[in-house]
Each structure stands twice: as C-alpha cells, then as structure tokens.
Design a protein around this ligand. Structure first.
Ligand code: ATP
Ligand code: MG
Length: 460
C-alpha cells in the first residue's frame, strides 16, 4: 500500500542544511534504514516524512496522498499521515500499567468487520495482540507494573510493544534499540525482521550502527552532511560502495585505502601502480580517460595470508576477536589490515606473506571520490617502494566543494570538527549521540501523543 516518495526535499536552518535535495523512493513493505554518522540528517529526514518537521522545500508523497508540497502549500499533520512512531525517547504513560499502556493505543484501532464496516477490536483480539507483543518483547511478567517500576531497557521494550501492537502501515523508528543491552538488541533485530514480514508494513529505521543497518534493511539510505551518499540493498552498499565515504563507513575492520595512479586505461581495464606494485585492474564499468590519482580499495578479506603469498610484509599487530583475527601488516612502512578466520597470533615483526585476491577490489577516483569499478587485480610487477614522508598519508573522503555545510558552523554546536580529514588508520567508532539528542528529544514529545489515540473513543 504505502510507497513513500521524496522529491527534492530540503531542510535548511539559516544557511545550514540538515538535509539537502533528497530524492528517494521507499517502496511498499520495504525495511529501509537511514544510516550515517551523528548529525548527518537521519532524524531530520524521518521527522519530515512523519510530519514533525516542515521541509524548507520539496514534495513528500505517502501512498496516493501528497502529504507535503512546498509549491502548493500542502502540509498534512502527523495524525493524518497514518503512520506509527517509535522514538528513542519513549513517553510511557506513568499512571498506567504496562498492560494499559499497550491497550490504550489499541482502543483507536479499526479493522474491517464482517459487514465491511470498520469496527473496533474485540476483547479477544485485543488480548491476542497484547500477548503477541508481550511474548515477543519478553515483558509478560511486567504486565501489571507501572513504568517507574521498570528499568530503562524494559521501558523501551514496552514502548516498542505498544507501537507494534497497533500494526501500523508505516512504522518510523529512530534508534529504538539504543537502551537495550547487546544480547537483547541482537534478539530484537531478529524479532523486528520477523515482525516486518508478518505485518505487511513499511519500516523506516534510523540508526548510526552499520551492523544494525546491514542486518535489518532491504535498502540502506546512507547519508552524510545532509546528502544521500548511496541508496541500495545492504550487500550492494558493502560490495560496491559508491564513493570513498561509503567505503570507509561500511565494514569492520575498515577497507584498506591504497593511494596509487592509473598508468593506462582501456575500457573497463586499467594498469595501475601503488606501493611499488604494478597491477592490472579489470573492472565492471567503463573508466573515463584522464584520471590519474586513484585509491585502490581492498577489503581486509581480500588480503589473505598464506605461506606462498606473493607479497612480503611484517606483522605489525594482531587483534584476535575470537571468531576472526585482524592482522595488521607492515608493508613497506604502510599498514594494511587483513582478516583471518579463527584465532591466530603472529610475533610482532615476524614475516608475513600475503596476496591481493578476490573479485571485489575497488577503484576510486581520488578527485571526485567516486567509484570507477569493482573487479579483479592481477599483480604484474613488485618493485621497490619508499614512502616519501614520515607522516602517514591522509585521505580526504569527501570531494572538496560537495559538503553543503562546509565552513558553516553547526547550529547550537559551536565549531564543526574536522571529522573528515583523518589519518588513514584511525578508524574511530561513532560515539552514541546522547548529548546531541537532548534538544531534539524534547521536540519529539508530540510524536508520542500522535501515536496515542488522538480522539478519545467515545462510543462504547
Ligand atoms: N531545530 C534545529 N535547528 C537547527 N539545526 C538543527 C535542528 N535540528 C537538527 N539540526 C541540525 O541538523 C543536523 C542533522 O540533525 P539530525 O538530528 O537529523 O542528525 P542525525 O543524523 O539524526 O544524528 P544523530 O545520529 O546524532 O541522531 C545536525 O547537525 C543538527 O545539529
Ligand atoms: Mg538522530
């Protein structure tokens, strides 16, 4: 039923873009995750679709209904958009038990009756729905408790239960699992996925956790600086990241970025050199003439370590994580990451032989940061290599002039950090955006009201 279309949707505060020129289509019954670093515009985008934030420009359609259009002045209230919300800050009714919190929302639900007319849920149906969500969220034992008698994670589960029980056609979720512990979060992901299949709803889910986005979504909408970077199924985003930003953001351990140059191009093939290696790249798309500086993107799984490997390096460090081990290889003073299945330890500075294999090698144009192809790399020559400087090189992930907020201080945040210019190996986990949430959360309060029956059911 409801397909959601965004056309040229922009949200601007002064000259700061929260989201810029979004053109996305969320197909009916999709599970779309909005993913990206803190402050990239995920919540803003979700709130605009839901009707909690008014876009500066653009048009939003849900199903057959235009819910917002800056040209004609249409702007439907959230209540009229027929959607469910689940925000990180959930406002449970403090004076109601868990059971009452869940059933309260169900009083407004209408289902088609035998005579074709819409009717309220019967007692048995209400009970069935409460049981379904209480089982799923493991809160049966708390049914008679008040919110103040529950932990934060338990309260969050009640909020999820309350929203899911109404079986909304479109469900918006903004980091709904953030208060749960790791184990429960993993379980909830599975349950959400099953629930999505059973409910026939479109789910739009905000997260800054790439694993969550990868595992849940039918499509990922990856954002940065208010711009959509890529909108594709998770495996496409992983296998063929559209630009360096996406390539760096997705995957753990991160992709190796190796700076090099193109020596010759022929169609989708190129002779490239990097770190003293000359190699032939065979890609899957035409490579434009005239590109010189490139980045070769190699996922750690495509640097297998084995005795007969053609390339020789030294063990810089190993990070065993149980199921796999990340091995940092010092190759001519450049550090590369490889990942090995199982637990392996190499003595520091012992010799390691490895290869570059696989058909998932990526080539990026360093000027535009865009992908030039995905394919195989055949090593032709291994020569001498000495890095010019002491400093490890820095790779800019975003092309100059493409960040709409460059030089614009973030409102309310002081000076923008130089987050994009980072030393090559310094992959830092995005911190949970707790502090920054505060002002937004306050505004989100009305969202919860919307989810509650907007008119008290009067007829008994
Ligand atoms: N009401 C507002 N006025 C001015 N700027 C705002 C407002 N709301 C959000 N912003 C800014 O817009 C940008 C996008 O915010 P948004 O809340 O969409 O980020 P996000 O991607 O959800 O981040 P997080 O992962 O931290 O929740 C941020 O830089 C934020 O500071
Ligand atoms: Mg947010």
């Amino acid at each position: 039923m409801p397909k959601i279309v965004l056309e040229h949707v922009t949200k601007r505060w002064g000259n700061f873009y929260g989201a810029k020129d979004l053109n996305i289509v969320l197909e009916d019954r999709e599970f779309v995750t909005l993913l990206g670093p803190s402050g990239c515009g995920k919540t803003t985008t979700l709130r605009m679709i839901a009707g909690l934030e008014t876009p500066t420009e653009g048009k939003i359609t849900i199903g057959d209904t235009v819910v917002f259009d800056s040209e004609t002045g249409i702007n439907l209230s959230p209540a009229k958009r027929d959607v469910g919300f689940l925000f990180q800050n959930y406002a449970l009714w403090p004076h109601m038990t868990v059971y009452k919190n869940i059933t309260f929302g169900l009083e407004n639900v209408r289902v088609p009756g035998e005579d074709g007319k819409m009717r309220r849920l019967t007692k048995a149906e209400t009970e069935e729905r409460v049981n379904e969500v209480c089982d799923m969220l493991k809160i049966q034992q708390f049914r008679d408790r008040y919110p103040s008698e529950l932990s934060g994670g338990q309260q969050q589960r009640v909020a999820i239960a309350r929203t899911l029980a109404t079986h909304p056609k479109v469900l918006f979720m903004d980091e709904p699992l953030s208060n749960l512990d790791a184990k429960l979060r993993a379980e909830m992901r599975t349950e959400l996925k099953r629930m999505h299949r059973d409910m026939n709803s479109t789910f739009v889910y905000v997260t800054h956790d790439q694993l969550e986005a990868m595992t849940l979504a039918t499509n990922i909408c990856l954002m940065n600086n208010g711009l959509v970077q890529q909108f594709d199924p998770p495996l496409t985003v992983y296998n063929k990241p559209a630009n360096l930003f996406v390539a760096d953001f997705i995957g753990n351990p991160t992709m190796n970025f190796i700076p090099g140059v193109i020596e010759e191009v022929k169609g989708s093939e190129a002779t490239v050199s990097f770190f003293g290696i000359k190699a032939k790249f065979k890609g899957d798309q035409e490579i434009p003439e005239g590109i010189k500086d490139i980045i070769v993107g190699v996922r750690p799984e495509f640097l297998p370590i084995h005795e007969k490997g053609k390339l020789k390096g030294l063990a810089y460090g190993t990070l065993p994580a149980g199921m796999e081990t990340t091995v940092k290889i010092n190759f001519n003073d450049e550090i590369l990451s490889s990942v090995v299945f199982g637990s392996i330890d190499y003595a520091i500075d012992s010799e390691i032989r490895f290869d570059i294999v696989g058909d998932g090698i990526l080539l990026y144009d360093y000027a535009s940061k865009n992908v030039l192809g995905r394919g195989t790399l055949e090593i032709l020559e291994i020569g001498e290599y000495h890095r010019g400087s002491e400093e490890p090189f820095k790779i800019e992930l975003v092309a100059p002039g493409t960040n709409p907020n460059e030089g614009v201080g973030e409102p309310g945040k002081g000076k923008k950090k130089k987050g994009l210019k980072k030393a090559k190996k310094e992959k830092v986990e995005e911190p949970a955006p707790v502090a920054e949430k505060a002002p937004v959360e306050e505004e989100e309060a009305p969202a919860e009201e919307v989810e509650e029956p907007s008119e008290e059911p009067k007829e008994e």
